[in-house]
Design a protein around this ligand. Structure first.
Ligand SMILES: [Zn+2]
Ligand SMILES: [Zn+2]
Length: 300
């Protein structure tokens, strides 16, 4: 099991690996375009080479996070086209850059409800994304949300229905965000709650599709549908909750990626990484072998 984090790619995507190493991360998540903008990512051949070289040297798996504007639940064709174009572009670069896949939020049905029509439409949109590059092995990774507003995919059953609409395509996977799951009412803070949440995941989706965990504690009590990330151990899930989850057989090979505020408010940091590593050690879960990489000046 790897402990990783969302890392800033400011100044060059390849810099995430050095930044990850500095805080002790063993896997990375990054954006390759501004997440609040529609501007499509554009990486030159040289940047792609640079990224691949840095990733190979780091020995770390990488994930993209898609832009926040995408809403596959919209009925506005122009917006749907933009969402398809954005995710298709991310997937294109994921394939070329050796990135496992793109984690994204499906969106909101805007009050129309989680209907079979909605599920079919989302299936068609995501099918377009996959069909744009049939031979690209990189995954589209649906993330559960906190169930706020009219968000789609708060429950594992909803995510499972979307995967079924894609004929269970093997390139569709799931990332579980612990903060979001807890907000939705999955009681990850207790052994019984964690076991029943994971059993539901396996029934509705299947453990083989679980490829990442967004490891975030939460500032909000259970079932409040509010998405407020907290540092590991300082929130309602707590150390006991994370210890229980990390000990579950479904996640033994799944990277945990932090999206926490950080102890000094600057995002995922060495302290949060070491909190999860400590739990991993207590549980006797093996740490990955990380290559020794000579420090390179990050001026390119
Ligand atoms: Zn997340
Ligand atoms: Zn969140």
């Amino acid at each position: 099991m790897r402990i990783g984090a969302h890392i800033s790619s400011a100044g060059g995507h390849h810099l995430v690996f050095e930044r990850a190493r500095e805080i002790g991360a063993e896997a990375v998540q990054l954006f390759i375009s501004a997440p609040q903008q529609w501007k499509l990512p554009a990486c030159t051949d040289e940047q792609i080479e640079h990224f691949r070289a840095a990733q190979t040297a780091s020995g770390m798996p990488a994930f993209f996070h898609g832009v926040y504007l995408m809403n596959f639940g919209s009925t506005d064709n122009a917006l749907l086209e933009k969402a398809v174009a954005s995710l298709t572009a991310y997937r294109h670069f994921a394939g070329r850059m050796g990135v496992t896949g793109t984690i994204f939020h499906v969106g909101s049905h805007l009050g129309a409800g989680f209907t079979s029509e909605l599920v079919a439409r989302i299936g068609r949109m995501l099918r377009q994304v996959l069909d744009a590059e049939p031979d690209n092995p990189s995954l589209v990774i649906l993330e559960n949300n906190a169930g706020q507003g009219n968000c789609i995919g708060g429950t594992f059953a909803e995510l499972g229905a979307l995967i079924a609409a894609l004929d269970s395509d093997p390139r569709v996977a799931v990332c579980v965000d612990t903060c979001h799951a807890y907000a939705m009412g999955y009681d990850l803070a207790t052994p019984a709650g964690c076991e029943s949440a994971m059993a539901e995941f396996d029934r509705e989706i299947g453990f083989e599709r679980l490829v990442a965990v967004h490891a975030n504690d939460t500032k909000q009590p259970i079932g409040t549908f509010r998405d407020r990330h907290e540092n590991i151990g300082d929130g309602h899930i707590g150390y006991d909750g994370f210890r229980t989850l990390m000990g579950h057989r479904a996640v033994s090979e799944v990277p945990f990626l932090l999206e926490v505020p950080g102890l000094d408010g600057k995002g995922p940091d060495a302290k949060n990484i070491s909190r999860l590593k400590k739990l991993r050690k207590e549980l006797g879960i093996p740490a990955p072998k990380m290559p020794r990489v000579p420090r390179v000046k990050s001026s390119g």
